[in-house]
Design a protein around this ligand. Sequence first.
Ligand code: ATP
Ligand code: MG
Length: 163
Amino acid sequence: LEGGRYRISKEELDLSDLVKTAYNDFRNRFPDRQFQSEIEPEIDIDGDSLLLQILVNNLIENAIKYSPKEGIITCKLTQKSKTIQFQVQDEGAGIPDDEKKRVFEKFYRIGNETTRTTKGTGLGLYLCKKIVEDHHGHIKVADNLPRGSIFMVSFTVKHAHEQ
Ligand code: ATP
Ligand code: MG
């Protein structure tokens, strides 16, 4: 990162491998947490592998950080026609509707000094949004009913994968 900018490199890479590797790393680092995955094989994308790793890691890290020990963390990667969807869901406190857009702002953290129980800079999701947009994708957060949040990332590929 140079003055808030970085050069993005585009190469064809297997997003399934990248997500599986990140997912397995977290499983090993947090053996007392419960994880689930649904990762379709061989989903190719033109992108920057380092930036996409940062994206996937930040979302899984947040799911761990903002949900209780007994909560299940679910990672999904699917492709339907030209749309790739990557999702991380948790069973934490969730994000109120009026904060759903704000959490992607630079340095934004929910709550205040007295209510917060976690430490952070508030840059993780800002960077996630920037990385997703640099790959011409979208990111949003929704409620994971009955509790928690679902961070949803979508990318559009130029050529639909033959089914
Ligand atoms: P860091 O820069 O270390 O990532 P951070 O985790 O506070 O710090 P972000 O990842 O940008 O920063 O998240 C911004 C805020 O959004 C968090 O402080 C937290 O309040 C809220 N948040 C993020 N992920 C979740 C989640 N999965 N569940 C509930 N709240 C979340
Ligand atoms: Mg974070």
